[in-house]
Design a protein around this ligand. Structure first.
Ligand SMILES: [Zn+2]
Length: 395
């Protein structure tokens, strides 16, 4: 009968040999079991807390192991436990359920196959390299539809000489609202619309922190750092206190643009956006501008493009077009000439922004809506669910 030997050599090779011997002994004992064997004492012999084989392994191998071999011995002992314990336990259980005894031989046969598999696996692990094992197949990644749309839009403006600017997602009230000409009681500043960081009541309003509600603060931050002329696009994540539904999400993405130079006019704005819309949606797409209002631009305009689904006809497949609600137009972005008051705020740090000498235009669009339109997605929440079945469609 097997007895656990004392170890004198703690090298990996010696450990592997000792482990193999122990497993060989277990293998022989299991083979020798019959339906009449006392499985309770078989169990105790291997697993008893006092003097079971595994307990002895602990006493004789792990405890006296020198400090530098402890890690290796510990790993081997744990591997052994993981193989021996469940196998012995499963076998010995059959003894407790007497009615199953007639089937014992068959069950033991199945157990044995599994156990032998485990022993093999342990040996493989010890040998560390098995060139017959299949490699790990890494699935190919792909760009998220929102990121892909973002990159496409940014690329259009990069080709026009724009560079990319980024800024923090946690902003101060000053950069998110005040410097963008939002009056103190503007509804956007309400807790209902904006996610504020808690516990800031003692701070001055302009210093209070919030999750930025648009990428516009980056316009101010960039102008404070760089003198005109300036041409930047700002892609990024923004947050609003919106309950999620098919078209709203508390988190979404924008791309904004800003051009500042001497003699920038509304014509430049129109020409730039018309070119960008054609580059993004095809050369036969039409744009139209009509008056709107934003605190940070004057004059301001909303931009619509002719519906890319029905070609601007408003009718598709013999019925009204759902995408443009039969109007033939889709609203896509907001824009305008930078309000001189904005340059007034920037001048405090960067005097070159003198509204008497320079002018500029700005525009912004919601990325997620454009991505939804481009890829026919009906619920914005799907972009953020992390559901592989949805995302795999875009690989
Ligand atoms: Zn349409």
């Amino acid at each position: 009968m097997y007895t656990v030997p004392k170890l004198t050599d703690y090298s990996a090779a010696a450990l592997d040999k000792a482990v193999a011997e122990l497993l060989g002994a277990l293998e022989a004992e299991i083979k020798a079991l019959t339906a009449d064997s006392d499985l309770r004492s078989f169990r105790d012999r291997w697993l008893a807390r006092k003097n079971g084989v595994l307990a002895q392994v602990n006493e004789l191998w792990l405890k006296p192991a020198p400090q530098d071999a402890k890690k290796l011995v510990g790993a081997r002992v744990n591997q052994l436990k993981e193989v021996v314990q469940p196998q012995v336990e499963r076998l010995s259980l059959y003894d407790l359920v007497d009615s199953r005894k007639p089937g014992l031989d068959r069950l033991r046969e199945e157990d044995w196959k599994q156990r032998r598999q485990s022993v093999l696996e342990l040996r493989w692990a010890a040998e560390r390299l098995d060139i017959t094992l299949p490699g790990v197949r890494r699935p190919l990644g792909a760009q998220h539809p929102v990121i892909r749309t973002m990159n496409e839009i940014v690329a259009v403006f990069r080709n026009l000489g724009y560079s990319v600017s980024e800024g923090p997602e946690i902003e101060s009230d000053y950069y998110n609202f005040e410097s963008l000409n939002f009056p103190p009681h503007h509804p956007a500043r309400d807790m209902q619309d904006t996610l504020f960081i808690g516990g800031q009541e003692s701070k001055a309003l302009r210093e209070r922190l919030l999750l930025r509600t648009h990428t516009s603060p980056v316009q101010i931050r960039t102008m404070e750092k760089m003198k005109p002329p300036l041409r930047i696009v700002i892609p990024g994540k923004v947050h609003r206190n919106d309950a999620p539904d098919a078209t709203h999400s508390p988190i979404f993405h924008q791309v904004e643009g800003l051009a500042v130079d001497t003699n920038i006019t509304f014509c430049d704005l129109k020409g730039t956006l018309e070119h960008a819309m054609k580059a993004l949606f095809g050369s036969d797409v039409k744009t139209r501008f009509y008056p709107s209002f934003f605190p940070f631009t004057e004059p301001s305009a909303d931009v619509q493009i002719s519906c890319i689904f029905c070609g601007g006809k408003g009718q598709r497949d013999g019925g009204p077009c759902r995408n443009c609600k039969a109007s033939g137009w889709i609203e896509l972005l907001g824009c305008g000439m930078v309000d001189p008051a904005i340059f007034g705020f920037v001048r405090e740090k960067q005097p070159a922004y003198d509204p008497e000498k320079i002018s500029g235009f700005a525009f912004g669009m919601g990325l997620d809506r454009i991505a939804m339109m481009k890829y026919g997605v009906s619920d914005i929440g799907q972009f953020y669910s992390g559901d592989m079945r949805f995302l795999e469609q875009f690989t």
